[in-house]
Structures are given as structure tokens and as C-alpha cells.
Design a protein around this ligand. Structure first.
Ligand code: A2P
Length: 317
């Protein structure tokens, strides 16, 4: 049984976004590993690749995409490529050039989706993380609404087909909804069974903003969590009953709620594994058990910006 109907999410501008994408944030991996991962993913059926300027590997992703197109494995128009504007580039006059830099690195004429990576702006120019002499990150007071208007202009110019947000809370999204020509089509946030972000997901659904989950596997090896997500006995038990892996159940739980997933992997076995989630389904009782595993644990809280006026996580959702 292939669940084709839910293999794409339809954005609020009518454009389809494949529900499973490859996450490419891989700070420990070299360029060759990223190139191989993107190639393996597309060969396994992925059509959605999630990138960002801050991942510092868009050239490697672009290299892989170019080879896949040249080898006739896929056509550009069948791919869905996302990139993200980094916090040091929020000043409206910097937005277009930064989008174009990502396009150049990725070797593309247009993006499918361009996200504002965070609502907070950092001091413009130079380093991705500009710091003062005490090591404190330097902020900028650019309002994300002004950045948003520059993103709208990028859509008008055909540089990206859709625009959206990442790590925004509901109040920040509402402020954009109330003051924009083009509505955010997506909010990409950290979501997994231990941090299910239920209220934010409900808010986004009610406002026709598609939600995608980064760190959908809880970023194993990257948390100080006492029970790593994939080791959870309830998850493992459901997985063994379904003859699936814990990772597949963790991803299925999200796509069954209509949430897009962006699992990261550079492993030739795990890349296809994370895509093979359309041939089974979770019952209401499975889902209830998985909802009960929520601990509200955030792995990516950008605490260096806790006292920024637009820090998103002081709000409940
Ligand atoms: P690897 O690249 O060696 O596969 P997340 O997307 O939640 O941030 O998780 C990413 C991490 O999870 C990566 O370290 C990745 O390692 C690992 N990972 C990806 N897929 C699986 C899987 N199916 N089972 C176990 N670990 C996985």
C-alpha cells in the first residue's frame, strides 16, 4: 500500500511540497559525504532537499543536484529545493543578494521555498555569528516584518516560488499574516515524539501554514536527553509489532498528522529507510501512546539569543 495522497502537502499558494525531505545540516560530515547523501536520497525517491546558507554546504548539494540532472535521474522541475536566509542578512537590502548567493551555490535559477531561518536578526555582515569581545552574539534590531517584505519582492522576481518561516512562534506568524501581501506558506520547526509542538501545529493548520519538522528523529547523539528518542521502549515496541524501525515509526507519526519531515542522514542504509514510511499506518491507539511521550524537550533552542527581543521560545507556542 503506497499512501500517494499524503506524499505531498499542498501549500497555501497551491504548490505541492513533498512530505519527506532530506535534511542536509551535517556539520560533522565532509562535502563528499553530503554529495553522496543527496545522490542516494534522490535515487531512493526523495524529491525534497532542505538546505540553508548556515549549513555551509550548499555548493556540495548543488554539485549533487547537477550530476543527478546531467545523468537524467531527475529533472529540476521535479525537485523541491528549500534554502534559508541567515540571521545576519535580515536587513531588507541584503535579502535578495543572499538568496542569489544560495542560488549560485546550489547551481539553480530559482528556489521552491525560501525561509527566514529565525525571527531574530544578528549584526549584519561578516561572520555568521558576530560576537563582542566577551563572546556574546551581537544582535541587530531589524524587524522581521521588514525582512518579510523583501522576501515578498523575491517572489515577485521569480527567485523563489514560495516563502516561509522557521522557528517562529504563533504570535510572530500572526503578525506576519496580519501585515503581508504573501502569506507564509510554511513554518519549519523542531518536532518529534518528545517535542510534539501540538499547539503550534494546530495554530498553523488553522491558518493554512504547512508545518515541516526538523530533527524528527530527535537528532540522536546530539542531545543530553536521558532517553534518546529512538531508544524509547514504547516506540520500539510499536516498531517491532509493525516490523518497522523506530525511526520509521517516529517519522510516520508525523506525516500521519500532515507534518512534513526532514530527517538528516548521510548513511546509505538509513537514507532509504527513512523514506520507506508509506507502506504502513499507525492506529489511533499507537498515536495516543506516541503523543504521551511528549516531554517538551527542545534540542535546538538557540540560547545565545535568549535576550533578543524576537527570541521565539519565551511564548508557550
Ligand atoms: P547518520 O547520518 O549516520 O544516518 P535528525 O534528523 O532528527 O536531526 O537526526 C539526524 C541523525 O540521526 C543523524 O546523526 C543520523 O546519522 C541519524 N539517523 C538518521 N536516520 C536514522 C535512522 N533511520 N536510524 C538511526 N539513526 C538515524
Amino acid at each position: 500500500m503506497t499512501d500517494h495522497n499524503s506524499a505531498v502537502l499542498t501549500l497555501n499558494n497551491g504548490r505541492p511540497m513533498p512530505i519527506v525531505g532530506l535534511g542536509t545540516y551535517a556539520p560533522k560530515n565532509n562535502e563528499d559525504e553530503v554529495i553522496d547523501a543527496v545522490k542516494a536520497a534522490v535515487r531512493a525517491g526523495y524529491r525534497h532537499i532542505d538546505c540553508a546558507a548556515i549549513y555551509r554546504n550548499e555548493r556540495a548539494v548543488g554539485h549533487a543536484i547537477k550530476q543527478l540532472i546531467v545523468e537524467d535521474v531527475v529533472k529540476r522541475e521535479d525537485l523541491f529545493i528549500t534554502s534559508k536566509l541567515w540571521n545576519t542578512c535580515h536587513r531588507p537590502d541584503l535579502v535578495e543578494d543572499n538568496l542569489k548567493k544560495s542560488l549560485e551555490d546550489l547551481g539553480l535559477q530559482y528556489l521552491d521555498l525560501y525561509l527566514m531561518h529565525w525571527p531574530m536578526a544578528y549584526k549584519e555582515g561578516g561572520e555568521f555569528l558576530p560576537r563582542d569581545e566577551n563572546g556574546k552574539v551581537l544582535f541587530s534590531d531589524v524587524d522581521y516584518l521588514d525582512t518579510w517584505k523583501a522576501l515578498e519582492d523575491c517572489v515577485d522576481q521569480g527567485l523563489t516560488l514560495s516563502i516561509g518561516c522557521s522557528n517562529f512562534n504563533s504570535k510572530q506568524l500572526q503578525r506576519i499574516l496580519d501585515n503581508s501581501r504573501i502569506k507564509p506558506s510554511n513554518n519549519q520547526v523542531e518536532i518529534n515524539i518528545q517535542n510534539n509542538n501540538k499547539k503550534l501545529v494546530e495554530y498553523c493548520k488553522a491558518n493554512d501554514i504547512a508545518v515541516t519538522a526538523f530533527a524528527p528523529l530527535g537528532s540522536p547523539g546530539n542531545t543530553s536527553n536521558s532517553t534518546p528518542l529512538l531508544e524509547d521502549p514504547v516506540l520500539k515496541d510499536i516498531a517491532s509489532k509493525k516490523n518497522k524501525t523506530p525511526a520509521q515509526v517516529a517519522l510516520r507519526f508525523l506525516i500521519q498528522q500532515g507534518i512534513g519531515v526532514l530527517p538528516k542522514s548521510v548513511n546509505a542504509k538509513r537514507i532509504p529507510e527513512n523514506f520507506e514510511i508509506f507502506d504502513f499506518s499507525l492506529s489511533d491507539s499507537d498515536k495516543q501512546q506516541l503523543f504521551s511521550l511528549n516531554k517538551g524537550i527542545r534540542g535546538y533552542s538557540e540560547e545565545i539569543a535568549l535576550d533578543h527581543k524576537y527570541y521565539p521560545f519565551h511564548e508557550e507556542f
